[in-house]
Design a binder for this molecule. Sequence first.
Ligand code: EPU
Length: 337
Amino acid sequence: MTLRKNVSLKSYNTFGIDVKAHLFCDISTIEALKYHLAAQHGNPLFILGGGSNMLLTKDIEALVFHINLKGIEIISETDDKVIVKAMAGENWHEFVLWCLKHNYAGIENLSLIPGNVGTAPIQNIGAYGVELKDVFLSCDAVDIQNQDTRTFTKADCKFGYRDSVFKQELKGQYIITSVTLELEKTNHKLHMDYGAIKQQLNDSGIVKPTIKDISDAVIAIRQSKLPDPKKIGNSGSFFKNPVISIDQFKKLQNSFPQVPSYKVSEEMIKVPAGWLIEKAGFKGKRFNDYGVHNKQALVLVNYGDANGSDIHELALLIQKTIKRIFDITIETEVNII
Ligand code: EPU
């Protein structure tokens, strides 16, 4: 477990931004994690998982811990259910594929989401009608201050839309080391309400889908809309979909009758930020080596050697323009560092 100096983080973030870590340490056991936390001697610390939800705008003047804890194990099972624990450094999609191979249902709609297992609870990853919280049982985490291990139940995590306690009151205080899910071995409940999934299954002529069919449909939809980070740097949705009041929505609808929306509660409505950004004229716009994806305006992209601060400037311009045109504030989903 060596500390390395001035390490490029280009291959450690899905945006592919080339900044340097002052000090870098690859962590592959919990013992090493605890040891290095205790020994950091006041160095500022930066925790890096799959690097899939961050925009790096400058060199990291800190000790970067790359969480590389591996392993998947079955904790217990009955005839119908299985409890599976995956270590934080497992790649999320490979974990989904492992579950599919064993015919364990629950996370097939979350296929192809970039990033690692340990990051999934932080923003309660979600796609195509399913969120992590739907199958989440608990996660283990190490307290950065005193290196104690704590198990967080679903209630402890306070999950919300792309949100959890780890982004709020406990931000920067814990390192998630593993995630435990409860999945279905039989009587799989399929989630096909998301229009595009039904359409995709129809197009493939599938009448009685399996979880593998759902995963394949999700993969096909994602590949048609979202850029592959291995080819074009990106962090998925850069912004969250704004949730606005019914009154504000009515005003918006008066000026823009075609605006799509999803009801959140009796008082609140979610509007797709991708639609607002497209309407504002940004979809497919390219500036040198960065821009807005041409198939999904919610995604900002790095075509090569863009720097993070240029992409950040673009994000600020988009936010300002959306505010001016629609009087709606859109928040970033990605962490700007
Ligand atoms: N839309 C446009 N133009 C665009 C993009 C979208 O008009 O450029 C419209 C679509 O036509 C549709 C609506 O906006 O009417 C919603 O689009 P889509 O189904 O692509 O979903 P989204 O709301 O833009 C969210 C998640 C995605 C997730 C999809 C599918 C957020 C911030 N994003 O996007 O998550 O894959 O739903 O469930 O909630 C991610 O978090 O990184 C991510 C990709």
